[in-house]
Design a protein. Structure first.
Lengths: 259, 329
């Protein structure tokens, strides 16, 4: 993979071709064709059960597709193990907090940084030796406003803080493409804006795909929207195009309360 | 001692987590007491040191990486047999025997780690159990080598440093096994406070998240499993050297079960849990079997049930919770 793939603005950061997955008779992903340009802010929307999280699971390797290919930059990553996709720059967060309850944020993020730097297997040196890794971890926490609770066990953190730690862990892998599965899920509406402010403040080089149900948030932060229905891409386009699409209104927007 | 505020730098904070606590120093000093207070119990003290080392090795995989094993005696036994055979046929110097025991167990651990790292939960328990039984039966049928049910006889250990004989009083035995325990403990302590130790805790805390931060969990598991196997092998080597015989019991399922009980009693995932558990278990056995030899497991059973019901983090976990509550008053 050449590094300039991820810096040139019209290059494709992540693409899927004919991605298909079914559980028995149930097709959860049908011939998905996606391509995310570098630096894009994509929203993935669709009714419950449309297969949004499944698509993220397929792209990150937590599920194996029945057919189709996935490309990160120029590289075909379809058969790579999840951790090897992460190492190449494809990170994700989870809709339901998937954190290290007994570690504190500093330890958790330091672990992720150490894994990326390839020093996590050093069992003969005290962790404090890795000054740069620790400071990098701490700076990520500070950036996500988690600096003041860095030493508090994760399980004791308020829920909103835990959602931010989800993002911090993903950022520690220094992703080129970040897939956010409902980053503000379960957070009261007045706080969900804070989380998306953080997301919006991420580097322009970072390619983002996020699942979100709140249409205000989607239209505010996304540059492009993909509508997924029944495991297939229903349509995609700019927020203006999606808002004007009568089909989308019918299958999706029309079925939800929206003011 | 844990620092809770954010006034210290992250590096200083992480370093402070591995600082020696005064209680730790008191603990290790008190392990010297048997030399003067209970000179007639030195062979029991030596057995406790060996069991503590064995439990410590299980703690690294169970308490830190969350790998439940019911066949850990396989490594203890292979360490015991290889150290015993080495001293019988090759070379009786004790430290070289330790290295041989560690190497043999590490080799077996590394080979089986490829299977271990692929499974979890009940499957893993059954695999470790099966491998343990397999090895015990193999040692039994290879009686030309192991002496079978008569045990391996003729283990001749040279005096320690060419001076201190392993005599019946157990002074050398206890000093030796305690020193080995302490050195290995220091290594284990360093390990759990390393970035690798953090990765192990990560595996225990959330196995699903690990690949999502780019962590090769299976590689980590293979590594710690091999290290723990080597440690268990050293424990086995020490028992072979200090008792100058190796019996099939070193590979027995009972031994795998006992070490698990010791660790759970003491508290898994706290480094000292296995040490304290081993002491409680073996002292209880020594005292209770004096009263009624057939029934002593009855009391261990009661203790085990009581501990897991009321002190889910073991006796040490209960004590530290008590201490924490007392401090906040």
């Amino acid at each position: 993979m050449t590094p300039d793939v991820f810096t040139s603005k019209d290059a494709i950061a992540l693409a899927t071709h004919g991605l298909t997955k079914s559980f028995g008779q149930l097709v959860v992903a049908r011939d998905i064709e996606l391509s995310l340009p570098v630096g894009a802010r994509y929203a993935l929307i669709g009714p419950n059960g449309a297969g949004k999280t499944t698509l993220i699971n397929l792209m990150t390797g937590m599920l194996a597709p029945n057919a189709g290919r996935i490309f990160l930059g120029d590289e075909d990553i379809t058969t790579l193990e999840p951790q090897n996709r992460v190492r190449r720059g494809l990170a994700r967060t989870f809709q339901i907090n998937t954190l290290f309850a007994g570690l504190n944020p500093l330890e958790a993020v330091t672990l992720a940084v150490c894994e990326r730097r390839g020093i996590a297997a050093k069992f003969w040196q005290n962790i404090a030796v890795h000054k740069e890794a620790i400071e990098e971890a701490y700076s990520i926490l500070v950036k996500l406003k988690l600096g003041d609770c860095a030493y508090q066990p994760t399980r004791e953190l308020p829920y909103g803080r835990q959602r931010l730690l989800e993002i911090a862990l993903a950022l520690a892998t220094r992703p080129k493409v970040l897939l956010l599965d409902e980053p503000a899920a379960g957070v009261p509406q007045e706080e969900s804006g804070d989380i998306f402010e953080v997301v919006a403040g991420l580097s322009d080089d970072l390619t983002l795909l996020f699942i979100e149900h709140d249409m205000h948030v989607v239209f505010r932060f996304a540059t492009h929207i993909i509508v997924l229905v029944g495991g297939a891409i229903f349509t995609q386009g700019t927020p203006a195009e999606i808002a004007a699409d009568p089909g989308v209104r019918e299958v999706y927007l029309g079925t939800r309360k929206h003011d | 001692m844990a620092v809770t505020g954010t006034q210290v730098s992250p590096q200083t904070y992480l370093r402070s987590l591995s600082r020696w606590h005064p209680i730790e120093i008191i603990f290790w000093l008190s392990t010297l007491l048997p030399f003067w207070l209970f000179p007639t119990y030195l062979s029991l003290a030596s057995q406790i040191s060996v069991a503590a080392l064995f439990a410590l090795s299980l703690d690294l995989i169970l308490g830190y990486a969350g790998i439940v094993s019911l066949g850990h005696a396989a490594f203890f036994g292979i360490g015991a047999y290889s150290a015993g055979l080495f001293s019988k046929f090759v070379w009786g110097e004790p430290f070289s025997g330790l290295i041989v025991g560690a190497a043999a167990a590490a080799l077996l651990g590394f080979a089986s780690s490829f299977i271990i790292a692929r499974f979890r939960h009940l499957t893993l328990i059954m695999i470790t159990l099966g491998l343990g039984l397999l090895l015990a039966e193999a040692a039994n049928s290879a009686s030309w080598l192991t002496g079978g049910s008569d045990g391996l006889q003729g283990v001749a250990i040279w005096p320690l440093f060419g001076i201190f004989k392993f005599d019946i009083y157990g002074t050398t035995s206890y000093a030796y096994s305690l020193a080995v325990l302490f050195v290995i403990f220091l290594m284990a302590r360093r390990l759990i406070h390393s970035s690798f130790g953090l990765a192990l805790r990560g595996i225990r805390e959330n196995f699903v998240r690990m690949p999502a931060i780019g962590a090769p969990s299976r590689e980590h598991i293979r590594k710690i499993y091999t290290i723990a196997a080597a440690m268990a092998g050293i424990a086995g080597a020490v028992i072979a050297q200090t008792t100058q015989t190796v019996s099939l019991e070193t590979l027995d399922f009972q031994r795998s079960a006992d070490v698990l009980v010791m660790l759970v009693l003491g508290g898994a995932g706290r480094l000292y849990g296995g040490l304290v558990g081993a002491a409680i278990f073996l002292i209880a056995r020594d005292q209770l079997s004096g009263i009624a030899p057939q029934f002593w497991y009855f009391w261990i059973g009661i203790l085990l049930v009581a501990v897991v019901m009321f002190l889910p983090n073991g006796i040490l976990g209960g004590l530290s919770a008590l201490l924490a509550r007392w401090r906040t008053r």
